[in-house]
Ligand binder design. Structure first.
Ligand code: SAM
Length: 242
Protein backbone atom coordinates (compact mmCIF):
# COMPACT_ATOMS: atom_id res chain seq x y z
CA UNK A 1 0.00 0.00 0.00
CA UNK A 2 1.32 3.43 -0.90
CA UNK A 3 1.52 5.67 2.16
CA UNK A 4 0.62 9.30 1.46
CA UNK A 5 1.80 11.97 3.83
CA UNK A 6 -0.73 14.63 4.80
CA UNK A 7 -0.04 17.77 2.73
CA UNK A 8 1.09 20.71 4.80
CA UNK A 9 -0.07 24.01 3.33
CA UNK A 10 3.02 26.22 2.99
CA UNK A 11 2.53 29.63 4.54
CA UNK A 12 3.26 32.60 2.28
CA UNK A 13 5.96 34.68 3.97
CA UNK A 14 7.77 37.86 2.94
CA UNK A 15 11.28 36.41 3.21
CA UNK A 16 13.40 33.55 1.87
CA UNK A 17 15.43 31.24 4.05
CA UNK A 18 19.08 31.96 3.32
CA UNK A 19 22.28 30.42 4.60
CA UNK A 20 22.78 31.83 8.08
CA UNK A 21 26.56 31.62 7.98
CA UNK A 22 28.14 34.48 9.93
CA UNK A 23 31.50 36.11 9.39
CA UNK A 24 33.91 36.21 12.37
CA UNK A 25 32.89 39.71 13.48
CA UNK A 26 29.21 38.76 13.34
CA UNK A 27 29.94 35.62 15.39
CA UNK A 28 31.76 37.76 17.94
CA UNK A 29 28.88 40.26 18.19
CA UNK A 30 26.36 37.41 18.47
CA UNK A 31 28.34 35.86 21.35
CA UNK A 32 29.01 39.14 23.15
CA UNK A 33 25.47 40.49 23.01
CA UNK A 34 23.39 37.32 23.23
CA UNK A 35 21.45 38.93 26.08
CA UNK A 36 19.96 41.45 23.61
CA UNK A 37 18.39 38.60 21.58
CA UNK A 38 15.10 37.35 22.96
CA UNK A 39 14.04 33.75 22.44
CA UNK A 40 10.34 33.11 21.99
CA UNK A 41 8.62 29.76 21.46
CA UNK A 42 7.96 28.89 17.80
CA UNK A 43 4.82 27.51 16.20
CA UNK A 44 5.77 25.27 13.23
CA UNK A 45 8.87 26.83 11.62
CA UNK A 46 11.87 28.33 13.41
CA UNK A 47 10.86 31.87 12.43
CA UNK A 48 7.22 31.48 13.49
CA UNK A 49 5.92 32.58 16.88
CA UNK A 50 3.67 30.39 19.04
CA UNK A 51 0.26 32.00 19.54
CA UNK A 52 0.63 31.85 23.32
CA UNK A 53 4.14 33.40 23.38
CA UNK A 54 4.31 36.57 25.49
CA UNK A 55 7.02 39.14 26.27
CA UNK A 56 6.77 41.64 29.11
CA UNK A 57 8.59 44.53 27.46
CA UNK A 58 8.74 46.62 30.65
CA UNK A 59 10.65 43.87 32.43
CA UNK A 60 12.86 43.16 29.39
CA UNK A 61 13.95 46.83 29.27
CA UNK A 62 13.70 47.38 33.03
CA UNK A 63 11.43 50.38 32.49
CA UNK A 64 8.13 51.54 31.00
CA UNK A 65 8.80 53.55 27.84
CA UNK A 66 7.18 54.06 24.44
CA UNK A 67 7.71 50.97 22.28
CA UNK A 68 9.08 51.26 18.74
CA UNK A 69 9.24 48.17 16.50
CA UNK A 70 11.14 47.71 13.25
CA UNK A 71 10.30 44.76 10.99
CA UNK A 72 13.03 43.70 8.56
CA UNK A 73 15.64 46.19 9.72
CA UNK A 74 18.41 44.15 8.08
CA UNK A 75 21.82 45.11 9.44
CA UNK A 76 20.37 47.67 11.88
CA UNK A 77 21.54 50.95 10.33
CA UNK A 78 18.35 52.75 11.32
CA UNK A 79 17.53 51.24 14.70
CA UNK A 80 21.05 51.70 16.12
CA UNK A 81 21.20 55.37 15.08
CA UNK A 82 17.67 56.31 16.17
CA UNK A 83 17.94 54.43 19.48
CA UNK A 84 21.12 56.39 20.22
CA UNK A 85 19.46 59.69 19.32
CA UNK A 86 16.31 58.96 21.38
CA UNK A 87 17.38 56.96 24.44
CA UNK A 88 14.05 57.55 26.20
CA UNK A 89 12.29 54.96 23.98
CA UNK A 90 12.40 51.14 23.88
CA UNK A 91 13.27 49.66 20.46
CA UNK A 92 12.63 46.13 19.21
CA UNK A 93 13.78 44.65 15.90
CA UNK A 94 11.94 41.67 14.40
CA UNK A 95 14.33 40.24 11.79
CA UNK A 96 14.57 36.70 10.38
CA UNK A 97 18.15 36.71 9.08
CA UNK A 98 20.61 35.90 11.86
CA UNK A 99 23.80 37.36 10.27
CA UNK A 100 21.92 40.66 9.83
CA UNK A 101 20.83 40.47 13.47
CA UNK A 102 24.48 39.99 14.49
CA UNK A 103 25.43 43.12 12.52
CA UNK A 104 22.59 44.98 14.25
CA UNK A 105 23.98 43.94 17.66
CA UNK A 106 27.41 45.11 16.66
CA UNK A 107 26.09 48.52 15.45
CA UNK A 108 24.10 48.97 18.66
CA UNK A 109 27.18 48.20 20.74
CA UNK A 110 29.24 50.69 18.72
CA UNK A 111 26.51 53.31 19.14
CA UNK A 112 26.60 52.67 22.90
CA UNK A 113 22.87 51.94 23.16
CA UNK A 114 21.24 49.55 25.60
CA UNK A 115 17.62 50.22 24.60
CA UNK A 116 17.43 47.81 21.62
CA UNK A 117 16.36 44.17 21.70
CA UNK A 118 16.00 41.74 18.82
CA UNK A 119 13.62 38.85 18.24
CA UNK A 120 14.67 36.49 15.44
CA UNK A 121 11.21 35.85 14.03
CA UNK A 122 8.74 36.61 11.31
CA UNK A 123 7.69 40.15 12.17
CA UNK A 124 4.09 39.50 11.17
CA UNK A 125 3.77 36.71 13.73
CA UNK A 126 5.78 38.62 16.31
CA UNK A 127 3.78 41.83 15.96
CA UNK A 128 0.52 39.93 16.21
CA UNK A 129 1.55 37.93 19.26
CA UNK A 130 4.13 39.88 21.24
CA UNK A 131 2.75 43.42 21.07
CA UNK A 132 -0.45 44.42 22.87
CA UNK A 133 -3.20 46.13 20.92
CA UNK A 134 -2.78 49.91 20.93
CA UNK A 135 0.68 49.65 22.53
CA UNK A 136 2.91 50.70 19.66
CA UNK A 137 4.41 54.20 19.51
CA UNK A 138 5.96 53.54 16.09
CA UNK A 139 6.29 50.76 13.54
CA UNK A 140 8.97 50.95 10.86
CA UNK A 141 9.06 48.97 7.63
CA UNK A 142 11.91 50.46 5.63
CA UNK A 143 12.83 49.00 2.24
CA UNK A 144 10.85 45.77 2.60
CA UNK A 145 11.69 43.17 -0.05
CA UNK A 146 9.87 44.44 -3.18
CA UNK A 147 9.01 41.01 -4.63
CA UNK A 148 8.79 42.72 -7.99
CA UNK A 149 7.47 39.82 -10.10
CA UNK A 150 3.68 39.89 -10.25
CA UNK A 151 3.38 36.25 -9.22
CA UNK A 152 5.35 37.11 -6.04
CA UNK A 153 3.28 40.13 -5.01
CA UNK A 154 1.43 37.94 -2.52
CA UNK A 155 4.70 37.75 -0.56
CA UNK A 156 4.92 41.49 -0.01
CA UNK A 157 4.92 42.55 3.62
CA UNK A 158 2.78 45.64 3.09
CA UNK A 159 -0.68 44.34 2.24
CA UNK A 160 -4.23 44.89 3.46
CA UNK A 161 -4.12 42.05 6.05
CA UNK A 162 -0.84 43.39 7.43
CA UNK A 163 -2.26 46.94 7.50
CA UNK A 164 -5.24 45.62 9.50
CA UNK A 165 -2.79 44.15 12.02
CA UNK A 166 -0.79 47.38 12.26
CA UNK A 167 -4.02 49.34 12.75
CA UNK A 168 -4.81 47.26 15.85
CA UNK A 169 -1.32 47.58 17.33
CA UNK A 170 -0.59 51.31 16.87
CA UNK A 171 -1.36 53.64 19.76
CA UNK A 172 -3.90 56.37 18.99
CA UNK A 173 -1.01 58.79 18.38
CA UNK A 174 1.27 56.07 16.95
CA UNK A 175 3.02 56.28 13.58
CA UNK A 176 3.76 53.72 10.89
CA UNK A 177 6.79 54.89 8.92
CA UNK A 178 7.58 53.21 5.62
CA UNK A 179 10.08 53.73 2.84
CA UNK A 180 10.83 52.00 -0.43
CA UNK A 181 12.91 52.55 -3.55
CA UNK A 182 10.57 50.44 -5.69
CA UNK A 183 8.09 52.83 -7.29
CA UNK A 184 5.43 50.28 -8.16
CA UNK A 185 5.50 48.93 -4.58
CA UNK A 186 5.33 52.51 -3.26
CA UNK A 187 2.17 53.09 -5.31
CA UNK A 188 0.74 49.76 -4.15
CA UNK A 189 1.43 50.77 -0.52
CA UNK A 190 -0.39 54.08 -1.09
CA UNK A 191 -3.33 52.27 -2.68
CA UNK A 192 -3.71 49.90 0.30
CA UNK A 193 -3.06 52.43 3.05
CA UNK A 194 -4.93 55.46 1.66
CA UNK A 195 -8.14 53.48 1.49
CA UNK A 196 -7.75 51.83 4.90
CA UNK A 197 -10.68 52.74 7.18
CA UNK A 198 -8.58 53.07 10.35
CA UNK A 199 -5.26 54.42 9.05
CA UNK A 200 -4.75 57.96 7.87
CA UNK A 201 -1.95 59.46 5.81
CA UNK A 202 -0.14 62.03 7.98
CA UNK A 203 0.81 63.99 4.84
CA UNK A 204 -1.12 65.09 1.76
CA UNK A 205 0.81 62.51 -0.30
CA UNK A 206 4.32 61.15 0.08
CA UNK A 207 5.91 61.94 3.43
CA UNK A 208 9.05 64.04 3.54
CA UNK A 209 12.12 62.00 4.27
CA UNK A 210 12.13 61.38 8.04
CA UNK A 211 15.11 63.42 9.20
CA UNK A 212 16.11 60.82 11.84
CA UNK A 213 16.35 57.99 9.30
CA UNK A 214 19.98 57.44 8.26
CA UNK A 215 20.67 55.91 4.89
CA UNK A 216 20.39 52.13 5.17
CA UNK A 217 22.23 49.52 3.16
CA UNK A 218 19.28 48.89 0.86
CA UNK A 219 18.52 52.57 0.45
CA UNK A 220 22.13 53.13 -0.66
CA UNK A 221 21.76 50.34 -3.23
CA UNK A 222 18.53 51.87 -4.56
CA UNK A 223 20.12 55.31 -4.88
CA UNK A 224 23.20 53.85 -6.59
CA UNK A 225 20.85 52.19 -9.09
CA UNK A 226 19.25 55.59 -9.81
CA UNK A 227 15.94 54.86 -8.10
CA UNK A 228 13.77 57.42 -6.30
CA UNK A 229 13.15 56.95 -2.57
CA UNK A 230 9.53 57.16 -1.39
CA UNK A 231 8.71 57.80 2.28
CA UNK A 232 5.24 57.23 3.74
CA UNK A 233 3.84 57.92 7.21
CA UNK A 234 0.44 56.83 8.53
CA UNK A 235 -1.35 57.16 11.86
CA UNK A 236 -4.73 56.27 13.34
CA UNK A 237 -7.73 58.15 11.94
CA UNK A 238 -9.66 60.04 14.61
CA UNK A 239 -12.65 57.88 15.53
CA UNK A 240 -11.39 55.26 13.06
CA UNK A 241 -11.33 52.44 15.60
CA UNK A 242 -14.90 52.96 16.84
C1 SAM B 1 15.43 44.39 1.50
S1 SAM B 1 16.00 44.10 3.12
C2 SAM B 1 15.98 45.73 3.83
C3 SAM B 1 16.79 45.82 5.08
C4 SAM B 1 16.85 47.22 5.74
N1 SAM B 1 15.53 47.70 6.10
C5 SAM B 1 17.56 48.22 4.89
O1 SAM B 1 16.93 49.21 4.48
O2 SAM B 1 18.77 48.03 4.65
C6 SAM B 1 14.60 43.34 3.87
C7 SAM B 1 14.89 42.71 5.21
O3 SAM B 1 13.66 42.29 5.79
C8 SAM B 1 13.83 41.00 6.38
N2 SAM B 1 12.46 40.44 6.41
C9 SAM B 1 11.67 40.21 5.35
N3 SAM B 1 10.46 39.79 5.75
C10 SAM B 1 10.50 39.75 7.11
C11 SAM B 1 9.56 39.39 8.10
N4 SAM B 1 8.33 38.99 7.78
N5 SAM B 1 9.93 39.46 9.39
C12 SAM B 1 11.19 39.87 9.73
N6 SAM B 1 12.12 40.21 8.83
C13 SAM B 1 11.78 40.16 7.54
C14 SAM B 1 14.85 40.33 5.51
O4 SAM B 1 15.52 39.29 6.19
C15 SAM B 1 15.78 41.49 5.17
O5 SAM B 1 16.79 41.64 6.16
Amino acid sequence: MVQTRPRVQREVVSFVRRSARMNPSQEKAWAEHADWVLRVPARHTTTSVAPDARVDWASVFGREAPLVVEIGGGTGDVIAAVAAAHPQRNYVAFEVFEPAVASTLSKCARAGVDNVRVVVANGVDALGTLVDDGALAELWTFFPDPWHKKRHHKRRLVSRPFADLVATKLADDGLWRLATDWEEYALAMRAVLDEHPVLVNRYPGWAPRWEDRPQSRYEAKGIAAGRTIYDLCYGIREGGRR
